[in-house]
Unconditional design. Structure first.
Length: 402
């Protein structure tokens, strides 16, 4: 009779690995599936960012059709947080505690990913390649090692514009519009750093809240400063509103637009509601390929992007480049999952994510993803752009945004 408990124990031990899959005891991994999740605005004013998740999901479906990752299919659960940080926290907890995801991936929004970062690090869940370039995501890597952004550093991008102005227009009078948030403040700090001693050329600063119905009053105050150059550090909806207000005021400044809002679709809306003259000569930066560029019609990455859209998102517009961004970040996630090993764990995924060196087919030529245990900036280079004759065109060579 004493043998019965021993036999039962042996049976339990034999069955246990199959219950959790070959990846071990971490949730979200079975013999045939990897479950990851993230939050994205599927409703509300910033719903345009839903394309980021849909593009990523389309790329995962493409990978699944080719055998998945080491024989496992990727299931990507992206849920609506309406671009509300409190909802981000609630929905992320549900993904981890109820849905048992392996990792959080591609969540959108700076305030949002920072709000949930302490929780995810306390429970050891990877928070990877999230939709932010805030400096803290890299600088605080020792305190929050499980969290990594994806976008080029916001402060580095803004510093790039500051250096450009200091070099080409040292007498410019600069007005700044930025979101009243961690994202906006990081951009503004970077601009001041790039300008250096010429930061005194900043004549006026206005902020906005996501709840503001328009930006007419802010832009009117900026115009009153007699600035001849304006920095628009804003999300797509507010970028469009800023252009509309500038147009109504009859103001004709040199315009800089941050990289998160230069989607060709955004610029098309602006041109349709203002004038081609207003947007001509606008300056920005970007690390992704432009699938609307005729010169890239035969580029393998652009062709793959269009192929995946046709197959898995047939109603999507090619010029909504947020879809392409989603595919780019999904490519990097697949790369990390492949390098996490045949029996992946959350710890092995983190090791893989912090040892990347890849050529991403959706990135502009010469720009790569590279990380290290002390390097949490996946994208460290970008290229400046100038808007000319209806589309963005490269301005100079590749530059650092670290």
């Amino acid at each position: 009779m004493r043998l019965i408990p021993v036999v039962l124990l042996l049976v339990f031990v034999a069955v246990l690995p199959n219950a959790y899959g070959r990846g071990g005891s971490d949730p979200g991994i079975t013999d045939d599936q990897i479950l990851i999740g993230g939050t994205v605005p599927l409703s509300g004013d910033e719903v345009a960012y839903a394309a980021v998740a849909r593009g990523a999901d389309a790329y995962f479906k493409y990978v699944n059709s080719r055998g998945g990752v080491r024989g496992r299919q990727i299931k990507y659960m992206y849920v609506d947080d309406a671009y509300n940080p409190s909802e981000t926290v609630r929905k992320t907890r549900e993904l981890v505690q109820d849905d048992k995801v392996f990792a959080i991936f591609n969540s959108v929004g700076t305030e949002h990913v920072l709000a949930v970062r302490p929780y995810l690090n306390s429970v050891g869940v990877p928070q990877l390649f999230v939709g932010s370039g805030h400096s803290r995501l890299a600088l605080e890597r020792r305190q929050y090692p499980w969290s990594m952004g994806y976008l080029p550093r916001f402060a580095g991008e803004a510093a790039l514009y500051g250096r450009y102005l200091a070099r080409t227009r040292p007498k410019a009078k600069i007005a700044v519009l930025h979101e009243d948030s961690e994202y906006g403040r990081d951009m503004f700090a970077g601009l001041r750093r790039g300008l250096g001693k010429l930061s005194t050329r900043i004549t006026a600063v206005q902020t906005y809240d996501l709840t503001d119905p328009d930006l007419n009053s802010q832009m009117a105050r900026l115009k009153q400063s007699r600035a001849d150059t304006v920095m628009i550090f804003a999300l797509p909806t507010q970028t469009i509103q800023a252009f509309l207000a500038i147009h109504k005021l009859g103001w004709k400044p040199r315009i800089f637009v941050n990289g998160v809002s230069i989607d060709p679709f955004v610029m098309e809306v602006v041109q349709r509601n203002t004038s081609k003259r207003l947007v001509e000569g606008a300056i920005s930066s970007q690390f992704l390929k432009d699938p609307t560029d005729p010169a890239l019609a035969r580029d393998p990455g652009v062709k793959l992007y269009k192929q995946i859209l046709r197959r898995y998102l047939p109603g999507a517009k090619v010029k909504e480049v947020a879809h392409l961004y989603g595919m780019a970040v999904a490519f990097t996630m697949v790369d990390a999952l492949r390098h996490a090993g045949a029996q992946p764990t959350r710890a092995s995924l983190l090791r893989a994510a912090t040892h990347l060196k890849e050529r991403n087919p959706f990135f502009a030529k010469g720009i790569a993803v590279q990380t290290g245990p002390n390097d949490y900036y996946p994208v460290e280079r970008t290229r400046m752009l100038r808007f000319h004759d209806g589309r963005w065109r490269q301005l100079g060579g590749l530059v650092s945004v670290r």
